[in-house]
Ligand binder design. Structure first.
Ligand code: 5AD
Length: 433
């Protein structure tokens, strides 16, 4: 079972329900027809996902009760902040002190933080971000599953290993039955409450076929569905929303239009942003962000990226390192530095401290074994596990040697749960009230 606990519905106001988790009140949107006060539900990413029986919920909650409070204590200890390091310069301490009190930093101050290099100074930055994460989100975290349904792509993104330029890659496209089966396993066997369906930009599926798949998953295996199929058009977004998708994972990759156009031949940043904005207006929850370490990307660009993600109402920030793929035009470059990416997570937390979830991306986990832990201790509070059938995973090679590529889902869940428990994080990712 994945990382989730049931909550009890305490109140209903229109389509919003107030959910209680051991005395903590959180808010979720409800689209199910039969939810009443006193019912037990699973909710994730702001949405009620399904209802469960009182007897089942009560037995799960009795197992969680002690753990829940113990986790809070562990988290509280780990996120304690002391900003009195006499060896650290005063300017930095003043900026971090201001940030820790939730005061907005100036652009100059944010750039100062992005330019830090010294290990001790960076540690203080990461601790401040972790303190803010705890202050606003407590120990909540969320774990999504991703199913990569096809590696066909008509785009020629210069950094991406599944772009149509890569003629060495064996292509696959999962059938509807394979997708349904993977969703069933993820939801029913392993307890995922939220799934991202992702592919290259693949006209091999029509929008109607995708809508049909989403509808069937929603009907049979209640779950929160994010789509990530690239630029499917406004009409496509509308149809998939009607089919039941409620989230869009679409990165803008970089906020610098020149840089964007250089690495995305024939595409514009404007078109990408239009998709994200329209999706938000339609009611989609947005996961967005970009690549860190692109050639020619400046610190100013990176700061603009974080600010853009916030402006786009990102429910979740997704920033990951650029990792060169051997069969792409950018093959000769170096991968981004892990610290640079974690700095971005920390800055994102400082900029959007109260609202956003911040994801430790698989690409960041690919850089090192400790990256996930380091990211979670620097402001992040979300993770993504790979629920793609294991035979297809190596073929979804957007960059080489992806983390979790050959780990079965049970192993991924066990190691994630053990990481989250060691950090004192609990699976209650709704907004606190
Ligand atoms: N390195 C890191 N991330 C990559 N992506 C594609 N290629 C690479 C790469 N070489 C990311 C893009 C895209 C997501 C699905 O994968 O940011 O949005």
């Amino acid at each position: 079972m994945c990382y989730a606990i049931p909550g009890k519905v305490e109140g209903i106001v229109g389509n919003t329900v107030i959910v209680d988790y051991f005395g903590e009140k959180r808010r979720a949107l409800n689209e199910l027809t039969q939810v009443n006060v006193g019912d037990y539900i699973y909710a994730q990413g702001g949405f009620v996902v399904n209802k469960i029986s009182s007897s089942e919920a009560e037995s799960i909650l009795s197992l969680w009760k002690e753990t829940f409070f113990r986790l809070q204590e562990v988290d509280l200890k780990l996120s304690h902040l002391q900003l009195k390091d006499k060896d650290v310069n005063k300017v930095l301490l003043e900026i971090l002190d201001k940030a820790s009190q939730s005061n907005e930093l100036t652009r100059q101050e944010l750039l100062y933080l992005l330019r830090l290099e010294d290990k001790r100074q960076l540690d203080l930055l990461f601790k401040t971000a972790n303190f803010l994460r705890q202050k606003y989100h407590k120990n909540s975290c969320c774990v999504h599953g991703i199913i990569e349904i096809s590696n066909y792509c008509i785009r020629g993104c210069q950094y991406c290993g599944i772009s149509h330029y890569n003629k060495e890659l064996q292509r696959y496209r999962m059938t509807k039955n394979e997708i349904l089966e993977s969703a069933q396993v993820a939801v029913q066997e392993y307890g995922f409450k939220s799934l991202v369906l992702q592919s290259g930009e693949d006209p091999g599926y029509s929008i109607d076929e995708l809508a049909d798949i989403i509808k069937e998953i929603k009907d049979k295996f209640p779950t929160l569905i994010f789509i990530s199929f690239g630029e499917i058009g406004i009409d496509g977004l509308e149809k998939l929303y009607s089919a039941g998708a409620r989230g869009l994972l679409m990165r803008f990759e970089t906020s610098n239009p020149k840089l964007y156009e250089g690495i995305h031949p024939g595409q514009t940043l404007e078109s990408r942003l239009k998709h994200i904005k329209k999706a938000y207006e339609m009611g989609y929850m947005i996961i967005t962000g970009g690549l860190i370490g692109l050639p020619g990307q400046s610190k100013e660009d990176i700061l603009n990226d974080i600010l853009l993600a916030q402006e786009l109402h990102a429910e979740m920030f997704s920033f990951g390192p650029f990792i060169p793929h051997p069969y792409t035009p950018l093959s000769g470059l170096n991968p981004a530095d892990q610290r640079e990416v974690i700095k971005v997570l920390a800055l994102a937390r400082i900029i959007d401290n109260a609202h956003a979830k911040i994801l430790v991306t698989t690409a960041l986990e690919t850089l090192s074994r400790e990256a996930a832990k380091s990211g979670m201790l620097a402001g992040a509070n979300s993770l993504m596990l790979n629920a793609t059938p294991i035979a297809y995973r190596p073929l979804y090679s957007i960059y080489p040697n992806r983390a979790h590529q050959s780990e079965d889902i049970v192993f991924q869940i066990e190691s994630t749960v053990s990481l989250l428990r060691s950090l004192g994080r609990a699976p209650t990712d709704l907004e606190l009230i």
